[in-house]
Design a protein around this ligand. Structure first.
Ligand code: COA
Length: 581
């Protein structure tokens, strides 16, 4: 029988909840399990409720799941927040004894394992910081998680802090395990599966996947200003590209960061910036410059709860309008939206290829949950990846003609000049310009150049078609959504298909320009369309509605805006609610 187990650790920010989750995740991945994680914490460095949730299975999993089987509560807040979810059949491992700040009540059907995590850490080991490892030791003994894997993770994470810290953490693990051996009797059914043959997997976090995709696509310049939850894209990319002759630059703000990116793109480099909604706001004038000067540019917007400072560490999908419309003037752009960590790699590569092909800004719309989500994925095979480079002008040096950087070609794309390439000098300007890049404001030039910039995308839906579909033909209910919500809705739709419901789902990866043909055909083929999104306005639904005639098909929006992603169950329930009886 398939194993599908979810373990959640909750505690106070600063208590090492996130590290504990990472260690367990690595142990599961090394044992050949499929793993999907969900992490959430407050914007304070210390204090507030932090959680790390791990779902692992011996079959493919699509999302973080609905709830949990095992809760490890480091403190009273973690218990209070999750109490309602402690249903019969679940397990609670909790901090107990006089050093703990709470005492749970008896919960019917819930297996309870008290472990004096704070007490052992403080009194036996004299180090409160290792409370999390006492808890992990207990968890390892209770659910038979190999201690060796946890020790390897300790070496890797704390090795740089010194052998003394490593030894202390080993001791904490063993103390937690010994407490279970000597004091508790296992009565729940959950056991960590035996190790399977190790696959060649990559254990990778969402932001790291964006950076890996960028490095694979040939990105050699990163210019950014730090902002939660995007900052770690640059941290990872520094490791990836510095050794490849690349350059990573942290500037004084987002405006100058994007300015440096445009300079690097002008001289021929593939460039990336990563930011979040407020950073995109600051960058928006220069995004207009990238459009006007036709400079390839990739912007990863790791969305967070806005507007303004909003909820910097929390989930939201509310920057779609900003990506599509948030630039002054008639400014064409491309927007891609990955649904999982693996797609963060491959859609980032696509973003670079599209930016190079069409000489335009391309957004990768990720989000705070996806940024921190960890998955164990098959190692990418570089030999199977197509890399596109910008078309460079070929100059006949004897022609005597000036270089037409913005040649009005049939496709709208004109070969670029590169500084140092003889005969290709031009002005990359934000002013409207003639074919030779000289400033012009006459009506004919304006019309020609506006149409040229938009014409590039006339055929993009046929040239780039990552729109897959699952489910039955002529479904009673169809689902369209974007970004992380796709992976969650996917699980809901698969569950309903397995139960015999006539449902289907469309997966647009390019959300702008809108793949009108694919979406129109899909809408015509279903009776009702559900569009779930983690934003108040139903931004994708509205964009689709303004471009596509729904005819007799009914559109139903489903919006959440609570700072957390959907769980599959609520999409499953919504589909059942609107399913014809
Ligand atoms: N032994 C030694 N050190 C340990 C340890 C142990 N057993 N367990 C944890 N630590 C260390 C970790 O290494 C980490 O230190 P490091 O950053 O030097 O590596 C630190 O204690 C925190 O532990 P960690 O497990 O990473 O996190 P946590 O669960 O305690 O939660 C955060 C802390 C991550 C929530 C918090 O620090 C944070 O970053 N908040 C968000 C801040 C933010 O982005 N704000 C938005 C601004 S706009």
């Amino acid at each position: 029988m398939a194993i599908d187990l979810t373990l959640k650790i909750g505690g106070e920010g600063g208590e090492g909840v996130i590290s504990s989750g990472d260690f367990l995740m690595q142990a599961a991945a090394l044992a050949g399990m499929e793993v999907v994680t969900f992490k959430s914490f407050p914007s304070e460095i210390k204090g507030g409720y932090a959680l790390a949730q791990l779902r692992f299975s011996d079959e493919h999993i699509l999302s973080q799941g609905d709830g949990f089987n095992i809760l490890v509560a480091f403190n009273g807040e973690a218990y209070a927040v999750n109490k309602e979810l402690l249903k019969p059949g679940t397990v609670l491992v909790y901090d107990s004894g006089e050093e703990a700040d709470f005492e749970p009540e008896e919960l019917p059907g819930v297996t309870m394992y008290p472990v004096p995590m704070s007490g052992i850490a403080k009194k036996e080991l004299n180090a409160y910081i290792v409370k999390n490892m006492v808890a992990l030791g207990a968890v390892s003994e209770l659910f038979k998680i190999p201690m060796d894997s946890l020790k390897k993770s300790i070496d890797k994470k704390f090795g740089k802090k010194g052998q003394e810290i490593v030894d202390l953490n080993y001791k904490a693990l063993e103390s937690g395990a010994n407490h279970v051996k000597n004091n508790l009797k296992k009565t729940d059914p959950y056991i960590f599966p035996k190790a399977r043959p190790k696959k060649d997997v990559l254990i990778i976090e969402g932001n790291q996947a964006i950076s890996l995709g960028a490095a694979m696509a040939g990105c050699r310049y990163y210019g950014a200003y730090p902002i939660t939850p995007a900052t770690t894209v640059g941290n990872y990319l520094a490791n990836d590209i510095l050794g490849l002759g690349g350059f990573v630059y942290q500037s004084e703000d987002e405006i100058s960061a994007l300015g440096t990116c445009l300079g690097a793109s002008f001289v021929g480099e593939k460039v990336l910036t990563a930011t979040s909604g407020p950073g995109v706001s600051l960058m928006s004038e220069l995004i207009g410059l990238a459009v006007m000067a036709e400079l390839p540019l990739v912007i990863a917007n790791v969305q967070r709860g806005g507007p303004s400072t909003g909820m910097p560490t929390k989930h939201d999908q509310a920057d779609l309008y900003q990506a599509v419309f948030g630039t002054h003037g008639d400014a064409p752009k491309i927007v891609l939206a990955p649904a999982n960590v693996k797609e963060n790699i491959y859609l980032t590569i696509d973003a670079f290829n599209l930016a190079e092909k069409y000489q335009t800004p391309v957004f990768v719309l990720s989000d705070a949950s996806l940024a921190l989500r960890v998955e164990a994925i098959d190692r990418p095979d570089m030999s199977k990846i197509e890399i596109v480079n910008r078309e460079i002008a070929k100059i006949n040096n004897n022609s005597g003609n000036s270089f037409s950087r913005y040649l009005n070609t049939k496709s709208g794309v004109s070969p670029m000049g590169i500084p140092g390439l003889k005969g290709t000098s031009y002005a990359a300007t934000g002013l409207e310009h003639a074919e030779n890049s000289g400033p012009r404001t006459n009506p004919q030039t304006r019309v020609t150049m506006t149409e040229k910039r938009w014409r590039k995308f006339d055929n993009i839906e046929n040239e780039y078609t990552p729109v897959k579909k699952i489910g039955v033909e002529n479904a009673e209910v169809g689902v369209i959504t974007w970004g992380l919500t796709q992976s969650i809705a996917h699980e809901a739709v698969e569950r309903l298909l397995a139960k015999g419901f006539k449902v289907s789902m469309l997966f647009p990866k390019m959300v702008w320009p809108l793949p009108v043909k694919a979406i129109t055909n899909y809408i015509k083929s279903v009776k009702k369309v559900l569009i779930p999104e983690a934003n108040f306005q139903g931004q994708f639904a509205q964009i689709i509605k303004s471009h596509i005639d729904f005819g007799k098909t009914e559109l139903i929006k489903h919006n959440i805006y609570r700072g957390e992603p959907f769980i599959p169950l609520e999409i499953e329930e919504k589909i059942k609610e609107i399913y014809p009886s």
